[in-house]
Design a protein around this ligand. Structure first.
Ligand code: EPZ
Length: 454
């Protein structure tokens, strides 16, 4: 057994242990979208009234965002309603404009707290969010957009200090499509004076969900889903009651789980229109996929066919499903080519898949995958990319023998109850903590957010 890489002071060793070879069969309920709920939670800082956010997924990243909001002075109460998590957030008054470094380090998406804090307080201080496994993750587009709107930003010994006595509507040209920069600009513009136009805006569904939430608060935002977003600044925003869209990446991951095991799954509470590109690729690979309202039915092939994939901004093939598809194509008939055009370094999982017998050659942003007939179980490590971790679980579902996936905490950042949901559709999987089995069929209640100060 490979020794688990333990972070200093981290005693818990969580593992996902799978016996592969079972065709999955049954229903999977899709949770709320991580990448929609994180900016929406940040946007609750824009009002001193209570916001009710529904369909909130129980994820580590949500727990971190909750801790940040509390540290800033917001009250956050988690409730369970018909099995879903509801967060009541009220930032009546903020006690600080500084985002704690320990929490920024745990979640680089903290960067999109800049927009709301500038809109609400006129200032924000946070440590420079680092890169991660998938690339340097620069924030130049965020800083340029906020500067265009009137923020004065200084970078001083690892910290960003931004002030904006007055945020003024502006024309913002984003040099390239960036989800986070688009969201930051939207959240800074809603309370700015005058009109803002954001050109080359990202078109992801999570942008439209943020627009929906901001407008429910009384903002005047339009154009989400196109590459020009317009915002008419207003004097103040009120609380809102809002339900987050389903997680299209979680849904896509389960579609691949059916395809890689030759199983049949019905995804409930999904949004098929957010998955047109991945569904087209799965059909090309031989899966039968049918959408019925908010359900997606998928029948995997006995053996997938090779397909070529290039990740591009929405509505093209999403980079977040690139690793799950790499696992699928490792078993395909033929050779597939994946081109990762969004992030610089998002093929790390290839090394772990090779340890299971995959034949993958990497050349810069291109991966060439020569399909094999079978993968063999192994002890593998989910690096700091939750989608790579999910890909290893998918490979373990199809591999012969036992697969042990370490680094489960990365996976829990973006997948709620992954082991339970897979167990319920026939996977032989269990989650262990220091050897004790944790997986159970009942829903796992949300882990309480880390205490303030952690
Ligand atoms: C969001 O990240 C998602 N995260 C990512 O999902 C997703 O992969 C990505 O969008 C897709 O574009 C959240 O929404 C929380 P970007 P974000 O800004 O906003 C470069 C997951 O697994 N760039 O759209 O950080 C950047 O380096 C995560 O759920 C700049 O150069 O991504 C990348 O190459 C991973 N300068 C490209 O743009 C900037 O200022 C797209 O990044 C910002 C980004």
């Amino acid at each position: 057994m490979r020794s688990a890489h333990r972070r200093p002071g981290v005693t818990e060793v969580q593992r996902l242990i799978m016996e592969g070879g079972r065709r999955l069969h049954g229903q999977v309920r899709i949770s709320g979208s991580k990448n929609a709920v994180l900016p929406i939670l940040a946007a609750t800082l824009l009002t001193d009234e209570e916001c009710v956010i529904r369909n909130v997924p129980r994820l580590r990243d949500v727990a971190v965002m909750t801790s940040i909001l509390r540290r800033l002075g917001a009250e956050v109460h988690a409730e369970a309603e018909e099995g879903e998590q509801v967060l009541r957030v009220c930032a009546r008054r903020l006690r600080t404009h500084e985002v704690p470094e320990t929490l920024v380090r745990r979640m680089r998406s903290s960067i999109f707290l800049m927009g709301p804090l500038l809109g609400r307080e006129g200032r924000v201080r946070l440590s420079y969010p680092g890169g991660c496994a998938i690339g340097p993750r620069p924030i130049n587009l965020h800083l340029k957009a906020l500067s265009d709107l009137g923020a004065v930003i200084e970078e001083r010994n690892g910290y960003l200090e931004a002030r904006a006595p007055v945020l003024a509507g502006a024309t913002v040209h984003l040099d390239q499509s960036s989800v986070g920069a688009t969201e930051n600009a939207m959240m800074a513009a809603v309370l700015a004076r005058g009109m803002t136009a954001i050109y080359n805006a990202a078109r992801e569904p999570e942008i439209a969900d943020l627009q929906g939430f901001l407008n429910a608060m009384g903002a005047r935002v339009s154009g989400a889903g196109t590459d020009v977003i317009r915002v008419e600044g207003v004097g103040r925003l009120r609380g809102a009651d809002y339900r987050v869209i389903p997680d299209r990446i979680e849904a896509g991951t389960y579609l691949v789980a059916a395809a890689i095991t030759g199983g049949h799954l019905v995804l409930l509470d999904a949004e098929p229109s957010h998955l047109e590109s991945p569904i087209a690729k799965l059909r090309e690979a031989g899966a039968v996929v049918t959408a019925r309202g908010r359900e997606i039915h998928v029948q995997g092939p006995d053996r997938p066919r090779a397909v070529d994939i290039k990740t591009v901004p929405y509505p093209g093939f999403p980079t977040d499903l690139q690793s799950p598809f790499m696992a699928l194509l490792s078993l395909a008939e033929g050779t597939s080519i994946i081109t990762e055009s969004i992030f610089e370094n998002r093929f790390k999982v290839a090394g772990e898949l090779r340890r299971m017998g995959a034949q993958i050659a990497i050349d810069g942003r291109v991966a060439v995958i020569r399909g094999v007939h079978r993968l063999s179980g192994a002890v593998v490590e989910a690096m700091d990319d939750l989608r790579g971790g999910a890909a290893l679980v998918l490979a373990g579902l199809a591999a012969e023998g036992r697969t042990v996936v370490e680094g489960v905490r990365h996976i829990e950042r973006g997948y709620q109850d992954l082991d339970r949901k897979l167990l319920e559709v026939g996977a032989r999987i269990r989650r262990t903590l220091n050897g004790a089995v944790l997986t159970r069929r009942t829903a796992i209640l949300p882990a309480p957010p880390p205490p303030i100060g952690s």
